[in-house]
Design a binder for this molecule. Structure first.
Ligand code: SF4
Ligand code: SF4
Length: 365
């Protein structure tokens, strides 16, 4: 693997395109994607030099998108994170996943705490046979400020009369471990999560977290056969609306969409969220940089755990731009984006796209 990375990084043209788009470099934080890519991969023993640097990366993929030779800088950063002494906050997160199955170290059977906000009992949907599975993800399951995400998505599935299931054995998707440079239990997690949905006869798995989506689509298939389709909630819900299974009323609101890096650059899902916003009748006021060129909000790569000041600074820049656009809400499609934008403060509402759709759901349809 390291030999492959060395080979890859030797292709660097030293053009500097990655530097101009890196949100951390632009925020003046020590670090240099070009140097990480070329020098660190060449001699991993120099990793000590990058003791703090590899954790100053949001895995936003902007460098890869800008690189004329598609150099996998974030992959090198991940390798480095596995080589240096990890900050205590990251060490704790790794231990939590290993011991509890979730990043917070909470009791894993409390994954359904958010469901008290539903106006129907969720119990009968857990561990049942169904064609559609919903993977909640740790952030949405445990962070009180994000409970609206699973509540909205489950309400939309109910409204469309979809037969769906959630699994009591859900474990962290494993991406936070990979981001921490710790891959030792990834295979075990992948096999367990796949088996749980397979047992229930699931044919389509839906998740509202782009990082979870990438785990299911890119990481798990390298470990175990994933015998069903995996979609982001924006794709699945859009297909339900197109099939007439969900009817929306028109809402009068000016909104701005923050493309989550992992969804746009990582999965190429750029159109569906915008089409969903259009379905609500809301007026979409776009950020200057969007889609593949979208600026990172600072919520990825575990940056909030290691460098909260910079994570906040990047988020504030998005909040400010949205305000200047005259936007009344920032819409995103990622729990980490929503959380980071919320933690930055400000008086503009931050909603997941599912939550926006909920506001357009007629009460009696
Ligand atoms: S992934 Fe994003 S934050 Fe990390 S080095 Fe590349 S551009 Fe910078
Ligand atoms: S954009 Fe790619 S080729 Fe150019 S300096 Fe960065 S890593 Fe090297």
């Amino acid at each position: 693997m390291e030999a492959k990375l060395l080979y890859e990084t030797d292709r660097c043209l030293h053009c500097g395109s990655c530097l101009s788009v890196c949100p951390l470099v632009n925020a003046g934080v020590p670090g240099n994607p070009k140097k990480v890519g070329v020098y660190a991969a060449r001699d991993m023993r120099k990793a000590d030099y990058f003791t703090t640097t590899p954790f100053n990366c949001t895995f936003c993929l902007a460098c890869v998108n800008a690189c004329p030779v598609n150099l996998p800088t974030p992959e090198v950063v991940k390798r480095l994170r596995g080589r240096v002494k990890r900050p205590d906050s990251i060490e704790q997160l790794v231990e939590n996943v290993k011991s509890s199955g979730n990043i917070f170290g909470m009791r894993n059977d409390e994954r359904w705490i958010w469901s008290i906000e539903l106006d129907f009992p969720l119990e009968e949907k857990i561990d049942t046979k169904a064609e559609v599975g919903y993977f909640v993800g740790c952030n949405s399951a445990f962070a009180p400020s994000l409970s609206g995400i699973p509540v909205a998505n489950i309400t939309l599935l109910e409204r469309a009369k979809i037969n769906y299931t959630l699994i009591s054995g859900e474990k962290c998707c494993g991406i936070p471990l990979a981001m921490a440079g710790e891959e030792s239990v990834l295979a075990e997690i992948a096999k367990s999560n796949v088996e749980e949905y397979k047992k229930r006869g699931v044919k389509v798995l839906v998740t509202s977290c782009p990082a979870c989506l990438r785990a299911w689509r890119e990481v798990y298939p390298r470990i175990v056969k994933v015998p069903f389709k995996v979609q982001h909630a924006t794709q699945f819900i859009f297909s339900l609306i197109k099939r007439g299974k969900i009817k929306l009323a028109r809402i009068d609101r000016k909104v701005t969409y923050q493309d989550p890096c992992e969804l746009a650059r990582g999965c190429g899902i750029i159109i569906e969220p915008r089409l969903l916003i259009k379905e609500t009748g809301a007026l979409l006021l776009e950020f200057k940089e969007k889609g593949l060129e979208a600026e990172c909000c600072g919520g990825g790569g575990l940056l909030r755990a290691t460098n909260p000041q910079t994570a906040t600074r990047l988020a504030l820049s998005k909040l400010q731009e949205a305000k200047l656009l005259g936007s009344e809400a920032i819409i995103t499609a990622c729990p980490a984006c929503k959380q980071n934008l919320l933690k930055a403060g400000g008086d503009i509402p931050i909603l997941d796209i599912g939550e926006l759709l909920l506001t357009a759901l007629p009460s009696n349809s």
